[in-house]
Design a protein around this ligand. Structure first.
Ligand SMILES: Cc1ncc(COP(=O)(O)O)c(C=O)c1O
Length: 326
């Protein structure tokens, strides 16, 4: 395969078999960390930038600005650099230093806000900063991943199609929810082409996306402190909330087996483990892993950080547990 642009290297057909998670069934973990820029967000970044270019909103050399707790920022930094757009990423203290370093290496301007919003997160503060920049600088284009239909469309076109072309007859699909772009794009495609698949949304305790009460969260990727406009909270068949402590324990337990995944993959795998007793035998389960663990060595995989945030019991690798939201 010979490509003209790095962002065309979308790796959408690699799955890891983890049947032991649901005894008597097949479980496949889709490895999105293999994409350039290291996460599933390559597809959302490419979809949103090309949509803005097609619409004439992002002309040659126009600056792109976006709020991201890490992975979309890295993906946009790569796509923007390859296409000749300057890029500003607005981050917060939960963003991993590794992601910030990657964005800077790709030529991005990185701005960190530190004031918490009314819900205890940083999203409101990040968006206020973006609005100020867009008002002051006419050639700055805000992609707004939380409201941009090109975000779910990218997952309808790439992620969902790729899953169904690789794995036939899927009974359960577990998807972590940040902006809900992945969830909503997969829902659109699966409702048309695989309506019997039960779509399970996985969110973090403390996220307000599905109407649950806010509380501080520390792991980037899953969850919001403000409901995303693109999300229809009633659309998934089930919503499972996982505590960040359970996500951490699950990540660390899989790392012991060489499966080194990011924080949100820990939540998704914990949700699959939690659901295992009610999944009928001979089911086929697909779970999405948005990224690998290398951006989480200072957090999820650091004993001191985990002890400070979640207490000493989160460091030990114990039984996996989740909490059903609906
Ligand atoms: C690192 C990371 N990137 C992307 C996603 C997917 O998020 P979105 O809902 O924005 O498509 C998640 C959610 O699981 C994530 O953890």
């Amino acid at each position: 395969m010979i490509l003209d642009h790095i962002y065309e290297a979308i790796i959408d057909n690699v799955f890891l078999r983890l049947d032991e998670l649901v005894p008597g069934s097949e479980v496949f973990l889709k490895l999105e960390g293999l994409n350039p820029a290291g996460s599933i967000k390559l597809k959302a970044a490419l979809g949103m930038v090309e949509d803005a270019e097609r619409a004439g909103i992002a002309g040659p050399g126009d600056r792109i600005i976006e709020s991201s707790s890490g992975s979309l920022g890295v993906a946009l930094a790569l796509v923007a650099a390859a296409k000749g757009h300057p890029f500003t990423c607005v981050t917060d203290p939960n963003t991993s230093p590794h992601s910030v370093a990657l964005m800077r290496a790709l030529g991005a301007e990185v701005v960190e806000v530190s004031r918490r919003d009314a819900n205890g997160g940083f999203l409101g503060t990040r968006i206020a900063y973006i609005r100020e920049r867009v008002a002051a600088e006419p050639d700055v284009v805000w992609l707004n991943q939380y409201a941009n239909p090109a975000n779910p469309r990218a997952h309808e076109i790439y992620t969902a199609r790729a899953i169904l072309s690789e794995i036939v007859r899927i009974d359960y699909l577990f998807i972590g929810v940040g902006t809900s772009g992945t969830l909503m794009g997969c829902l659109t495609h699966f409702r048309k082409h695989s309506p019997a698949t039960r779509i399970v949304a996985v969110d973090s305790e403390g996220s307000v996306t599905f109407g649950f009460p806010p509380k501080p969260r520390y792991i980037p990727g899953l969850g919001t402190s403000r409901k995303p406009e693109i999300c229809c909270p009633d659309a998934p068949d089930e919503v499972i909330l996982i505590s960040e402590a359970d996500a951490v324990r699950t990540c660390r337990s899989f790392a012991q087996r060489g499966v080194f995944v990011g924080g949100s993959t820990g939540s998704v795998l914990a949700a699959v483990a939690h659901s295992a007793p009610k999944i009928p035998e001979d089911s086929r389960v697909v779970a999405l892993s948005p990224d690998f663990g290398d951006r989480y060595t200072h957090t999820v995989y650091n004993d001191d950080w985990v002890t400070r945030k979640f207490g000493p019991e989160a460091v030990s690798i114990g039984e996996l547990a989740g909490q059903t939201g609906r």
